[in-house]
Design a protein around this ligand. Structure first.
Ligand SMILES: C[S@@+](CC[C@H](N)C(=O)[O-])C[C@H]1O[C@@H](n2cnc3c(N)ncnc32)[C@H](O)[C@@H]1O
Length: 222
């Protein structure tokens, strides 16, 4: 047998480590049915988000990019008792699908889906004097990542964690001449993070059912 590909290994890892999850399966089925693009995080990645929230004892989680609420369900499941997730989504139709999925998951009481451009939602949270978020997951339009990071910095505390998805993009992130706006946005984001003295960060490349990509993990240290 040759070396199995990343998707095959992902399926094996999921079968070994994750239990059947009718709630998440229903969220994906409802999202497909509603015509949403199949770009939610993978089951293993979703589990990682939930574990991060749980390991941190997160009470306040912010997500940028809701889609049908798959990762929101994973994050909300990891919240500490009494915790809350705010998730920002541009498309009203996506937000509506997410609300139904979150309600079916029994999480509607602890998740707020805010509709509108995420930069406006994050600014509104700052104006409202929102309590600092413990964990932020950035997963919306890639050209917005630098701004989402900038705004997220104003909504966190020392010790908070910011995770950003899709920062490798089939390896194209290493191409300084890429004309792809998403790649350029991710590069500006990574360079902004790397130059920010308030944070320490890393990025991990991943393969699996979502192809070759990766995520950045940023910890606020000052
Ligand atoms: C990759 S999907 C999010 C997937 C979701 N986090 C999950 O794993 O289940 C990106 C989402 O960001 C939304 N989006 C795109 N531009 C946005 C913006 N400017 N503000 C807020 N959301 C935006 C898209 O409509 C889409 O639903």
């Amino acid at each position: 047998m040759g070396t199995p590909d990343g998707a095959t290994v992902d399926r094996y890892l999921a079968s070994a480590l994750l239990e059947d999850d009718p709630v998440l399966e229903a969220a994906i089925a409802a999202s497909d049915e509603a015509g949403l693009p199949p770009i939610a995080v993978s089951p293993l990645q979703g589990r990682l988000l939930g574990l991060l929230a749980r390991a941190m004892g997160a009470r306040r989680v912010l997500e940028v990019g809701t889609l049908g609420g798959y990762s929101a369900i994973c994050l909300a499941r990891g919240l500490a008792q009494g915790g809350r997730l705010v998730t920002a989504e541009l498309e009203p139709h996506h937000a509506e699908v997410a609300r139904v999925n979150l309600a079916r998951a029994g999480l509607a009481d602890r998740v707020e889906v805010r509709v509108g451009p995420a930069n406006e939602t994050l600014r509104a949270l700052a104006r409202e004097g929102a309590e600092p978020f413990d964990l932020v997951f950035i997963d919306a339009d890639k050209s917005g990542y630098p701004e989402y990071f900038e705004l997220a910095l104003g909504l966190v505390r020392v010790g908070s964690v910011i995770v950003a998805d899709n920062v490798v993009r089939d390896g194209e992130v290493a191409d300084a001449d890429s004309a792809d706006e998403a790649v350029r946005g991710v590069r500006r984001f990574l360079e902004r993070v790397g130059g920010e003295p308030r944070v320490e960060a890393t990025a991990i490349q991943t393969v699996g059912v979502k192809g070759y990509d990766g995520f950045a993990v940023v910890v606020v240290v000052a």
